[in-house]
Design a binder for this molecule. Structure first.
Ligand code: DX5
Ligand code: ZN
Length: 219
């Protein structure tokens, strides 16, 4: 499968959001990555349902919603109603992860689980067959524009190995500090979906940056 590019709207210009949505629509990007932060699970607050619904109104590509919130079960239906196609919850925020994953799938969404940099891949061994996606955080969640943590490569390789044994359809997503320079190494490690915030939105030519990231190939 050709890898997917998911620009992170967190780095967009919120006063001109429509322009940035149109840019992603025109570009070679595959998904919109939407970061929801509650100020409790992470030390930052991003945006909520009205903004998400507005993005959904104009976006012509699937919304990949990354929930950095405690107790996500309370809001799954609302995220579905606001347009989420993929809903990813944090392993560290879910006491009953199996129940949460089943609830996401019950809504007809793809179910993802995110792991913080310190959380080993092995915690997913007993649930990986139920998942559509695993998001490996390559920075500590909360902010765009941080430096990529190098240990991420070995976590991705471990996850790719586990997926080859237990779930061949699993999508592996990487989020944080991704740019044109580490895409190839990430693809080699086994990534399917690359999130990019700062690399896209701080670029003078965001569409071209997206295209460059999409063009990288293993052959
Ligand atoms: C961080 C978010 C990321 C962030 C990535 O908590 O989950 O999606 O927007 O931004 P960059 O690509 O700038 O590291
Ligand atoms: Zn994210």
């Amino acid at each position: 499968m050709k890898h997917l590019i998911a620009p992170s709207v967190l780095s967009a210009d919120f006063a001109n959001l429509k322009e940035d949505i149109d840019m992603i629509n025109r570009s070679k990007a595959d998904w919109f990555h939407i970061d929801i932060m509650d100020g409790v699970f992470v030390p930052n607050i991003s945006f909520g349902f009205p903004v998400l619904a507005s993005i959904n109104h104009y976006a012509s590509k699937p919304l990949d919603v990354h929930l950095m919130i405690v107790d996500p079960d309370r809001y799954l239906q609302q995220f579905k109603d606001a347009g989420a196609e993929v809903i990813t919850v944090h392993y560290e925020a879910c006491t009953h992860l199996h129940r949460t994953v089943q609830a996401i799938k019950g809504l007809g969404c793809k179910a993802g689980v995110a792991l913080n940099p310190h959380t080993p891949v092995s915690v997913l061994t007993e649930i990986i067959e139920d998942l559509d996606l695993v998001l490996i955080m390559s920075v500590n969640p909360g902010f765009g524009g941080q430096k990529f943590i190098e240990n991420t490569y070995q976590k991705i390789r471990q996850l790719r190995l586990l997926a080859s044994e237990r779930n061949e359809n699993l999508l592996i997503e990487v989020d944080g500090g991704v740019n044109q320079h580490n895409v190839l190494a990430l693809l080699k490690a086994g990534v399917d979906v690359l999130v990019a915030g700062n690399a896209v939105f701080a670029s003078d030519e965001p569409e071209k940056t997206i295209e460059e990231m999409k063009k990288v190939s293993l052959d």
